[in-house]
Design a protein around this ligand. Structure first.
Ligand SMILES: Cc1cc2nc3c(=O)[nH]c(=O)nc-3n(C[C@H](O)[C@H](O)[C@H](O)COP(=O)(O)OP(=O)(O)OC[C@H]3O[C@@H](n4cnc5c(N)ncnc54)[C@H](O)[C@@H]3O)c2cc1C
Length: 564
């Protein structure tokens, strides 16, 4: 085990230098240590640690891929279970009337914890633990130091990269607050450089890799030092009895309206996180980008939430806003021994909390490349194939959000969309991660035809949802509830993520069966949409000789029309 106080002054060469010790960088260092403990890794993190809990970074809700990566792959289950909060799924409340009565809004969400868990993450608490445990594992960790500049080796050369670090190097172990510090500037060499610097995007900027995204949503968020229990927002008995545990507040709660959603996320440290995410054309950024403006906006669109916030205004811990958060990249993995992970590479949209999923998938790819390349294997083809697949996943995920915000106020169309998007995630995307196949390019190549069909169907369904919303009168019954896992095959798809590793043949058969199920599900939603809007009967192919429609009665929420 290396000495955690050792830094660049003691040794000048590393196998891997990771720029940024946030969630992506901290997890990558841990994964590299697990899979290749002999590698010398240096993590350079700009912020001095420990960092504050709660009022720290955004990105606090995880879903299945990210949660599985943290708990099972990185072995952090104990931390998640004892220091963070288990999540009671994703929960949505759709606009009804003036949004002053939570019990009258159509609710979409489970009454119980799902069989495959996910967690609410206090990012400060998680990143403190990661940095500290990485140092204890013997990984070199510098905090309160930043990468000032770097020089990548020329293409195809075997020379090391150079990284210049400046800062105050703590004199004590990296997992204790610095007792004394002295300024230093040092250049180290590295076989691999991984950019995990988040939005600073050091490598992306230097190499001009940025690819703009047309998805124009903006966000504002803040934390309050209080537990906000949405279960107390109504005393209506039938509403309360829908979630008898009284633990709705442990869900990632979404208050939904046309062009926006508001999140409420509880944190293990006792604070509560709030955020507004809105389409920039429908809700201009300058209506939400200051706390008072965000409160005015809440009073107009989400008055019940605004009233709760007013009661907690003296407990406000922070406030931040970000314009046009979606961004992409031309390349994230290079055979020239550099890579981008986490937000340094791409980011889609927080609606389904996929940030940690992309960290998990990206870190998995990078670990594979580094372990093989440092063992002498040529990785050129692998890097290309991983790069293509990762950016394809980005393109598939961004379609879930781009142009879809107008739908968010429509309870029926969004129920169809959420159930569809979750079904595709459980049936294909997450299953491939749980079954550890993203790192097997030959397996991915063997399912290429299935994947292409899946991406085409997925794109058509997103077009159907947009058209359905445009055609719909938005009428919706109040006091309705829907629960995705009330539908048998959806519950099974989620639970099946936890099944043991399958051999290639069995997994291919499972994926084909899941795609057939998705096709039947797609036709089911199309038929329901066409009952009221016959013009919608053309988005996915529909023939009587195909499988019969699936039973989705519990997801038909708006069949009772409001009086005109
Ligand atoms: C509005 C919003 C809501 C979101 N909600 C969710 C969610 O619910 N769930 C989810 O999974 N994701 C969510 N995300 C995404 C999530 O925030 C990111 O996926 C995650 O924070 C990325 O982690 P990271 O480690 O890549 O970047 P960061 O956490 O930003 O870490 C980068 C680190 O690099 C350090 N650094 C920067 N420059 C240097 C330098 N020169 N030298 C050394 N260190 C440096 C920084 O100090 C920082 O600690 C959300 C994003 C947004 C915008």
């Amino acid at each position: 085990m290396s000495d955690p106080t050792r830094g660049p002054s003691d040794s000048h060469h590393y196998d891997v230098v990771i720029i940024g010790g946030g969630l992506a960088g901290g997890c990558l260092a841990r994964q590299l240590h697990q899979e290749a403990p002999h590698l010398r890794t240096l993590v350079v993190e700009k912020r001095p640690h420990p960092v504050p809990e709660a009022a720290f970074k955004v990105g606090e809700s995880s879903v299945e891929i990210g949660a599985h990566y943290f708990s099972k792959r990185l072995g952090l289950e104990e931390h998640l279970r004892t220091r963070q909060l288990e999540k009671l799924g994703l929960r949505y409340f759709f606009t009804h009337g003036d949004n002053r009565d939570i019990a009258s809004r159509v609710e979409l969400g489970p009454p119980q914890f799902p069989p495959v868990p996910s967690f609410q993450l206090d990012r400060g608490r998680l990143e403190n633990m990661l940095l500290e445990s990485n140092a204890l594992l013997g990984i070199d960790v510098l905090h309160g130091c930043k990468v000032e500049s770097f020089q990548l080796a020329s293409e195809g050369s075997n020379d090391p990269h150079q990284v210049t670090i400046v800062g105050a190097r703590p004199e004590g172990p990296a997992h204790e607050p610095a007792a004394q510090a002295h300024e230093f500037r040092r250049t180290v060499t590295a076989r691999w450089v991984v950019d995990a610097s988040g939005r600073a995007g050091l490598v992306k900027r230097k190499l001009g890799l940025a690819r703009p995204s047309s998805h124009g949503a903006n966000a504002a968020w803040w934390r309050v030092k209080a537990r906000v229990e949405i279960d107390d927002w109504s005393s209506e008995a039938s509403w309360k009895s829908r979630v008898p545990s009284g633990l709705r507040w442990q869900s990632t709660v979404h208050l939904m309206g046309a062009g926006y959603w508001v999140w409420l996320i509880p944190l293990g440290s006792g604070s509560h996180s709030f955020g507004i995410v809105a389409d920039g054309d429908m809700h201009p950024y300058d209506r939400i980008n200051r706390f008072e403006r965000a409160m005015d906006w809440l009073r107009e669109f989400e008055p019940q939430c605004a009233a709760v916030m007013e009661r907690h205004a003296d407990r406000l811990e922070d406030f931040l806003a970000l314009k046009h958060f979606a961004h992409s990249c031309q390349r994230v993995f290079s055979p020239n021994r550099w890579a981008l992970v986490g937000e340094a590479g791409v980011f889609t949209d927080p609606f389904y909390s996929p940030g940690s999923d992309f960290i998990a998938m990206g870190n998995d790819y990078v670990t594979d490349l580094i372990v093989r390349e440092t063992a002498g294997e040529s990785i050129a083809e692998r890097a290309e194939s991983f790069n293509t697949m990762y950016l394809r996943l980005f393109d598939a995920f961004i379609r879930l959000y781009d142009g879809q915000y107008p739908i968010m106020g429509n309870a029926q169309v969004m129920t169809a969309k959420v159930s569809w998007d979750n079904a595709t995630y459980w049936a294909i995307t997450a299953l491939l991660f749980f079954q550890q196949r993203y790192r097997r390019p030959e397996f991915i190549a063997s399912i290429d035809t299935m994947l292409r069909k899946f991406f085409v169907l997925h794109t058509r369904m997103q077009a159907l949802f947009r058209a359905w919303n445009a055609a719909d009168d938005n009428g919706v019954s109040s006091h309705a509830a829907a629960n995705i896992v009330d539908v048998d095959f959806l519950r099974r798809l989620q639970a099946d993520l936890a099944i043991p590793l399958m051999d290639d043949e069995a997994l291919r058969a499972r994926l084909d069966a899941n795609l057939a199920l998705l096709e039947a599900f797609a036709r089911t939603w199309q038929r329901i949409a066409a009952e009221h809007h016959p013009s919608l009967a053309r988005f996915v192919s529909d023939s009587e000789s195909m499988a019969p429609p699936l039973d989705v009665k519990p997801l038909r929420v708006s069949m009772m029309r409001l009086p005109a």
